[in-house]
Design a protein around this ligand. Structure first.
Ligand SMILES: [Mn+2]
Length: 201
């Protein structure tokens, strides 16, 4: 089993996170932020990874520290759980469609990930409403930026179309989950080798 548990405590957040890349999409999420719990539950399910997250953060300030730090710890856990990276597929991409039930405009989000050992985030969800419920939508980029830094991955997230902010962000997390699922999957044809001609990831 490729798994990792990371505990991280600062003056702003106290996080305990368990990740199993060979799980089945089971999760227990409590970040103190309802919308983030919704997104991480989706992520676990659609990436077929087991994910437990307990975050006690300074949400009386706002949600920034909690969202960013959960991103950091999730990325660190991925890094640790992947271990030597031998046999992984490395690349993953997905276009996730999500119909808007009432207005019949579609949401399509493209994500592409490379577990490359290099940090890069290209984030473009276009114009979002500033809030979903009490959640600041600009924190979605903070989450993915923190994730790419601590996991050393290259990640592209791009909105193709879509209008409803809740749906756009939800489609983003689902698309990311599917891309991640592909990238961390074991490539049966290359079980003993690293997917790099350089010999290092
Ligand atoms: Mn939803």
């Amino acid at each position: 089993m490729r798994e990792a548990r990371i505990k991280r405590q600062t003056n702003e957040t106290d996080i305990d996170l368990y990740l199993n890349l060979d799980g089945s999409g089971q999760s227990k999420i409590d970040t103190g932020i309802g919308f983030m719990d919704h997104m991480l539950t989706l992520l676990s399910k659609h990436a077929s990874i087991d994910l437990d997250v307990k975050c006690v953060g300074d949400t009386y300030v706002d949600y920034h520290h909690s969202v960013e730090d959960v991103g950091i710890v999730f990325g660190s856990a991925l890094n640790k759980a992947l271990g030597d990276r031998i046999g992984i597929t490395r690349y993953g991409f997905f276009i996730l469609p999500m119909d808007e039930s009432l207005v019949e405009t579609k949401v399509d989000i493209l994500t592409a990930i490379d577990i490359s050992g290099r940090t890069y985030l290209n984030f473009d969800l276009g114009k979002l409403n500033p809030k979903v419920g009490d959640f600041d939508t600009e924190l979605v980029e903070e989450f993915f930026y923190a994730f790419t830094r601590s996991s050393n991955t290259t990640l592209h997230i791009k909105k193709i179309t879509g209008r409803n902010t809740h749906h756009i962000i939800e489609a983003c997390f689902k698309s990311f989950a599917k891309s991640l699922k592909a990238a961390i999957s074991i490539d049966e044809k290359n079980l003993g080798s690293l997917p790099s001609t350089k010999g290092l990831l």
